[in-house]
Design a binder for this molecule. Sequence first.
Ligand SMILES: NC(=O)c1ccc[n+]([C@@H]2O[C@H](COP(=O)([O-])OP(=O)(O)OC[C@H]3O[C@@H](n4cnc5c(N)ncnc54)[C@H](OP(=O)(O)O)[C@@H]3O)[C@@H](O)[C@H]2O)c1
Length: 320
Amino acid sequence: MKAVIVEKPGSPEQLTYKEIPRPQANENTIVIKNHAIGINYIDTYHRSGLYTLPLPFVVGRESAGEVTEVGPGVQDFKVGDRVVYIGGETYSEYTEAKPASTEKITNDISYETAAAVGLQGLTALTLVRHCYPVKKGDYILVHAAAGGVGLILCQLGKYFGATVIGTVSTAEKAALARANGADYVINYTQEDVTAKVNEITNGLGCHAVIDGVGKSTWDTSLECTRRLGTMISFGNASGLVPPIPISILAPKNLKLMRPQIFGFLATREESKRWWGELFELLAKNVIKTNIYNIYDLKDAQQAHIDIESRKTTGKLLLKP
Ligand SMILES: NC(=O)c1ccc[n+]([C@@H]2O[C@H](COP(=O)([O-])OP(=O)(O)OC[C@H]3O[C@@H](n4cnc5c(N)ncnc54)[C@H](OP(=O)(O)O)[C@@H]3O)[C@@H](O)[C@H]2O)c1
């Protein structure tokens, strides 16, 4: 089968499209024929070596497709089931998957939609429901508000009653964030984010700051979190946040959280709860897809160049 693999970490040119053996189900796994593959920023960390994986590896953390093989010990799935999967090795025609990381999808959810709202939707949902349970009257600040996770955060933040303030780098991104629920959008290339947030919040700052950008936004995020507020750092699109002394949280009695989605999906019960809630919000049209582009699997290099160049919005998909 065809797959995109990394033999040596580095720039997007290290993504190699090549023929590798097709996986087979073992006693307790299934095989999925991928129809849509979700691109996530974490794929670039694996490719670049910021997050290390044993070499060589098939890139990717998310796909949607149909089950083509079922191990003899697997109870919950049968050949032909339509599923979405969050796990490893998805930039490929087929993926061997653990049933615990796989969820069935109904016929009204397309493979593209499932792969577009899976990992990023669950991330956004756990951020506003667990990391900081957003409620009516809150102010929340969302960085990269027109990105994949960012647009869903705008949709959910609005739905749960918050005033959503987004930051973006272009006017086009600002319009898109607004169309997805942001009440205020700050173009940080033109305006001072802290000053603007203070203006909007009467100098109090935000109840929660949700920051997937990392290194370049850390100081601003801390400034924009109100006394007794919550600062959530959940990504490093601009680089890793350097080590910080915890005493930095003391002046405003802040809570700090650094979550990752996989820790919310550790058991079957947790996984079912979050996927169930996500599917409900999708059915109610609270969560809406924003697909920027669907690339051929062989063009994964271009997709990585595009997402890292900050010109993309919403979700990028690959098609085998
Ligand atoms: N913890 C978790 O479980 C989890 C799960 C999913 C995603 N994440 C994290 O969430 C963040 C967003 O992920 P995503 O897949 O939705 O990507 P994305 O937001 O669609 O793309 C990244 C965006 O970050 C902004 N950005 C600011 N500085 C940047 C820089 N130096 N280089 C590149 N981009 C920069 C850009 O928006 P502007 O041009 O508007 O600034 C860019 O479009 C990533 O850090 C990712 O690792 C974490």
